[in-house]
Design a protein around this ligand. Structure first.
Ligand code: GRF
Length: 262
């Protein structure tokens, strides 16, 4: 049997995706195991799931860090604001507010990295993790851009409806198809290379609640499928010319799924 894939999970909420991956590992649908769970808040319900399965867990209290008036004294020694803000595409200008964003996130991310360090993980999955990761963190995990090691699950069919509320945005827009996406995390917001997607019909009788139920059920199945492909070494990135904003061509990394190795 191949060595088990070691998965580190980051959560913010109920952790139903975390539970789905734990179950998939127990049922051997994935040849892997969750080696640790990190939460951005002490009251993340998903921490109870980690405890129930004896999975080591840690908390990086973002709220406390973001409110810290002495953040300058806690910056990681290798933090470089010019480098980080030039890499991150989220903001089109740098100002005091943006600088504080990057500084507080770097302190939080350095704490996560420090707590993750002792777990020899091969993959990080964001399982309902509601924080933007900056290049400070991403570049320390992705040793090279061709083999990304951070996955996220998003509640919409990207590139439609990025942001924090995909199901609600699709429902309010009047979309007739809903869905979810597993993608690699890059510097943008929900812009990383798409690994897998799953759709479902949005029917006249649907409410936001019924859509979220359909969505979560699809997520649990999709995340397992995406992690299994990663574990089997079947995900690789290729560079394509893609349509950018305003019709300009841009270089875009897309996922190619390799045939199963016999
Ligand atoms: C999910 O809809 C996921 O797409 C989004 O967070 C929601 C909560 O996930 N990122 P979970 O129940 O905490 O796994």
């Amino acid at each position: 049997m191949q060595k088990k894939l070691k998965i580190a999970a980051l959560i913010s909420g109920s952790g139903t995706n975390l539970q789905a991956v734990i179950n998939a590992c127990i049922k051997k649908e994935i040849n892997g195991k969750i080696v640790c769970v990190g939460a951005d808040r002490p009251n993340a319900l998903g921490l109870k799931r980690a405890k129930k399965h004896n999975i080591p867990a840690f908390i990086t209290d973002y709220k406390k860090i973001i409110a810290d008036n002495n953040i300058e004294k806690k910056l990681p020694v290798d933090f470089n604001i010019k480098k980080i803000s030039s890499l991150q595409k989220l903001f089109d200008k740098t100002n005091k507010k943006i600088e504080r964003f990057f500084k507080t996130r770097a302190v939080a991310e350095a704490d996560i990295l420090n707590k993750l360090d002792k777990f020899k993980f091969n993959l990080i999955i964001l399982a309902g993790f509601m924080r933007k990761l900056t290049p400070y963190f991403i570049d320390k995990i992705n040793k090279d851009s061709k083999t990304p090691k951070i996955m996220n699950i998003h509640p919409a069919l990207l590139p439609a409806f990025p942001g924090t509320d995909g199901y609600k945005d699709a429902f309010e827009y009047g979309a007739k198809i809903g869905g979810c996406t597993v993608h690699f995390v890059d510097y943008g917001e929900d812009t990383g290379a798409i690994i897998a997607q799953k759709s479902f019909p949005i029917l006249d009788g649907d409410t936001l609640e019924t859509i979220k139920q359909k969505g979560l059920k699809a997520e649990w199945e999709l995340y397992t499928k995406a992690i299994k492909l990663f574990e089997e070494g079947r995900l690789t990135l290729i560079t394509k010319n893609a349509a950018g904003r305003g019709g300009f061509k841009i270089k875009r990394e897309i996922v190619k799924i390799l045939e199963r190795m016999v």
